[in-house]
Design a protein around this ligand. Structure first.
Ligand code: SF4
Ligand code: SF4
Length: 320
């Protein structure tokens, strides 16, 4: 039996919605086949009011073990580091996070917000939001740089806006079975199983990328989305074209550029008054090169590739 507790801070519930659509395994499989016992979840938990407070205190006091604490959303610290803007079960949510992180065996951050602050933590960050162990790319976050849970791991980050449902359900199984100890985490605490390759891996437009054949419209069935629409597939670590969404498709297969949502810089702009809107992801030629490319060589290769492109790169291809 694996006791799992799921709490939500500054969040839109997107990761919950995503998780409930998991297929391999499904959220129900976790309970019926993998022995999960759901202590509480904001959309599925039964306890309310005093009963919920009692449950949470029993977790903290060790009367009920917490094998996995899943946190969705940011840790809200406003105003003035009190966390009063996000009260839950009688006290600031950040105080529950502080206490429960001391007793949970493993902690999983579901989505960008819990991983590193996501959209709420964009400057000027009025909710003083932080991720559990990162603030954007900077290590530390709410729990601090050196935090490790009772099970000996730092917070396991499953980023994405939202995170892919099967990334969440499969990592939960890996944690419950102890396999997580064999799965390496990268420098951003992302399990390498899902985040060591680029979104571009498996993209059906890779041949078009190679010949610099571009599309300028969303949804087109030909052309690469990098050159004119700013696809971030070559700079983003995710398995979206290996583990398809709904097991059917992906953004780039449907003709929508990758927005880089599994990286801490997503969504590539800040909201500070007076700041120039500086997204590089859509409707503007990308200023970034694919990760690892040398600018001079890349420019030379672009000319050669365009001049050698065969006719088929203009043809439509079938994609879903
Ligand atoms: S559409 Fe994006 S992910 Fe696909 S080949 Fe082009 S740049 Fe790469
Ligand atoms: S394709 Fe890119 S933006 Fe879309 S879910 Fe995957 S990583 Fe995020």
């Amino acid at each position: 039996m694996t006791n799992i507790l799921w709490l939500q801070g500054g969040a839109c519930s997107g990761d919950t919605m995503s998780f409930l659509n998991s297929e391999n395994p499904t959220a129900c499989d976790l309970i019926t086949d993998f022995g999960f016992n759901l202590l509480w979840h904001p959309s599925l938990g039964l306890e309310l009011g005093n009963n919920l407070q009692t449950l949470l205190w029993e977790c903290f006091l060790g009367k009920t073990s917490v094998d996995i604490l899943v946190f969705e959303g940011t840790v809200v610290n406003a105003p003035n580091n009190t966390g009063e803007w996000n009260r839950f079960a009688g006290r600031p949510m950040k105080d529950w996070v502080t206490d429960l992180s001391k007793v949970a065996k493993f902690i999983v951050a579901a989505g960008d917000c819990a991983s590193w602050g996501g959209i709420p933590a964009i400057e000027p960050n009025p909710t003083q939001s932080k991720g559990l162990q990162f603030l954007k790319r900077q290590k530390g976050g709410f729990l601090g740089e050196n935090f490790v849970s009772q099970g000996g791991l730092p917070v396991i980050n499953i980023p994405g806006c939202p995170a892919h449902p099967d990334w969440i359900s499969q990592i939960l199984v890996a944690v419950a079975t102890g396999r997580i100890l064999d799965i390496a985490l990268d420098e951003l605490h992302r399990p390498k199983t899902f985040f060591s390759t680029f979104t571009q891996t498996g993209c059906t437009r890779n041949d078009h990328f190679a010949y610099k054949a571009s599309t300028q419209k969303f949804g087109e069935r030909t052309g690469c989305l990098f050159y004119d629409l700013g696809c971030r597939g070559p700079m983003t670590h995710s398995s979206c074209n290996r583990i398809l969404w709904n097991h059917v498709s992906s953004k780039t297969r449907a003709g929508m550029p990758c927005l880089g949502c599994t990286e801490p810089e997503f969504p590539f702009y800040d909201l500070k008054p007076g700041t120039v809107f500086k997204t590089q992801t859509l409707l503007g030629a990308p200023k970034d090169l694919p990760t690892g490319a040398n600018r001079q060589d890349y420019a030379l290769m672009t000319v050669v590739a365009k001049n050698t492109a065969p006719d088929w790169v203009e043809e439509e291809f079938f994609t879903v």
